[in-house]
Design a protein around this ligand. Sequence first.
Ligand SMILES: Nc1ncnc2c1ncn2[C@@H]1O[C@H](COP(=O)(O)OP(=O)(O)OP(=O)(O)O)[C@@H](O)[C@H]1O
Length: 808
Amino acid sequence: MMKPEDWKQEQAYLEQVKGMLQEGIRQLEPEVERLGGQATEIRKRFWEEVTVNTASDEDFEETFHSIRQQEALLSERERSYRVRLRQWKNMNRLLASPYFGRIDFREDSESSAERIYIGVSSFADEDGMTFLVYDWRTPIAGMYYDYPLGKASFHAPGGEITGTIQLKRQYQIAGGQLENVFDTSLTIGDELLQQVLGKGADSQMRSIVATIQKEQNAIIRDDTSRMVLVDGVAGSGKTSAALQRVAYLLYKHRERLKADQIVLFSPNPVFNSYVSAVLPELGEENMQQATFQEYLEQALRAEWSLEDPFDQIEYVLTRSDTAGYEARIAGMAYKASAEFLQALHHYGQWLNRQGMQFNSICFRGRELITEEEMRVQFYSYDPVVRLPNRVELLQEWLLRRLTELERDERGEAWVGEEINYLDKEEYAGAFGKLHRAQGVFEFAERYEAVHEKQQNITWGKEDDFDFAEREEDILRQVVVKENFKPLRKSVKRISFINTRALYAQLFQGRETFTGMTGAAELPACWEEICVLTREQLDSQRLFYEDATPYLYVKELVEGVGINTEVRHVFVDEGQDYSVFQYEFLAKLFPRARMTVLGDSSQAIFTQASELRGTSSPLIKLFGEADTRLFRLAKSYRSTREIAEFTKSLLPGGKEIETFHRSGEKPVLIRVESKEQLAAVIRRDVMDLLDQGYASAAVITKTAAESVEAYKLLTEQGLTDMKLVTKTSAEFGKGILVIPAYLAKGVEFDAVLLYDASADVYGQEAQRKLFYTACTRAMHRLMLYSTGEWTPLLLETDSSLYEKRIINL
Ligand SMILES: Nc1ncnc2c1ncn2[C@@H]1O[C@H](COP(=O)(O)OP(=O)(O)OP(=O)(O)O)[C@@H](O)[C@H]1O
């Protein structure tokens, strides 16, 4: 218990800080207003203040300088305004809760300790010399997360500082009022964490700044590795740590790193809205967020109809009784593998010598430049020149060829016909050109006349400028040029490369594939995989598993469009990306460091990658020396009862540590029919809401099952539910019906697993999906079944759950 005089002292300090914050805000407010007003005014009157005169070169130069000056003034005002506004916002944020922690740190060279209060941003007194609150991201504040009482040290700009932490305190301050103070000897006391975790789920993720754990802090502050790889169990704070890390990096490199130089790849669009509040809460702007699918669509949508990962997983889960299923599944695994990547790499080398595929250039039903001509030209270049460079050379050659062919084309009969059909505007356009040309001819005529006089040479009549003939020439030129424009455009877009054929020729059969790629081992059903793949390609569709390899082949030949602006790439749910996708991201963002967060036990997609271990493509990506692997073994999300239950679902689950927050055991309820199922779920949802839980998710295996559940529950009179689909942009609080794969990464107060019977989760392959669904629950977990229980529960000790008999 805290001594009354300590409490009093804390109260007094809080009042002092609040008073100074209020004073700071009072002083800053008029300045923020003034600077904001000035910037707006300058922007509004920008052109009034600039004298625009371009009559002479000097005038032009003067105008140019005057614009530059005005621009500089505006950007200076806007910058000052932004800085002040940020300070003002930070102070306001602090006012409600100025700090959450304190350490008393005595440097070895000093006789007394300094009190370091820690909050979401720094706050200094008026002369800027004394820090009343330290930003949590400062090196000195880092000790708060890393050390218990006793010896501690931190890196200051001048070197390592060592000393002793003599006191460690945590605060709960809300609305400017001191609610609780805890002394702790540990890194971060459990008491506060208990309280934080005991709260209800939000529709948006919260910042964990006050209770970051030591092992999470190491991830947040790692600033040396090219690849930060986090393998953490469900609910261990991977996403939370990632977002805190973004905030940390933005603070530490605030002079040169901007939020839009950071990209977070997230599992689905709903997730984007789920995490979107954390950084603003910490006073930072949001980074860019994207899904890999968005990237694929932007690169391929123009030519292909693309399957997305959700349709792919629906196929995997629901179509096992259809023809070709086994082959497709084998194809998915192979097309995401390191072996296939290696094979494509060799394919690139093979293409260096032969086998390039082109689209001939056709015009008015004729082949102007044939595939064969292109192939001959392409392979006439020095073989040491890389494929993309040779493509460039070929492109230049094609453009030159087109110029020649365009010239030849002018005499063709169709051109004359087209001239006759030129409409008024086209004619006027061509005529304008003619007149410009005529100006040149007039000048030439004058010159010739003078020249003639001087040389006393007489030109023959037939050499005179024949306007009518010239007119026809120019019109022909114009018409052919117009008609050739699309050809040039498509050459510039590199459409002469037949990427589809380049990809399709990989799928002709086992021997040809091996010949082109040197691949040693192929799936047994390779021939069937070939047929399936070609069928798709022929109908202009790409399976999800083909999209990235297809892009890989495209870029192998054409070169990669790179982004050099982005400095950090974060990949959440990193286990769900294939080795291809990582290769891609590394190529696409050559100047970026990568942070990948994942959990192998939640690898529900077929293209999953190993996170650690010798075969991890992630470690290979930048090499072991540049990669740092972190392991998070403790799960914070769920109550101990739920976590003990979910860890029993995994073969290696024993390693998972649970956080000791207690609640009710998971409940297994068996019913007789779907109608009864809906009735029981309805009753349970109502009960949960009555008990004060604000978010409950009815989690299903597939989208089709979600639709069924939603319908049945509606029929039972449950209203105000939201059916979440892959196109949903966000979900609020309340009751959701959602397929498990869309609930990835998010959490709910209560999870009601719609149907955990053997019919639905009957196979070992569904274990990870089942585990992912159950681990979404924070406080309550209920599972229902309309028949035999799923065999995935067989290993689970019956003491870990409660079985209930329905009683409607
Ligand atoms: N240090 C912490 N302090 C307070 N809460 C924490 C802490 N670490 C994690 N949590 C909480 O635990 C829950 C799970 O965190 P998060 O979603 O970041 O985990 P995750 O590892 O990404 O989970 P999953 O892989 O299951 O999606 C969240 O409610 C988060 O706020």
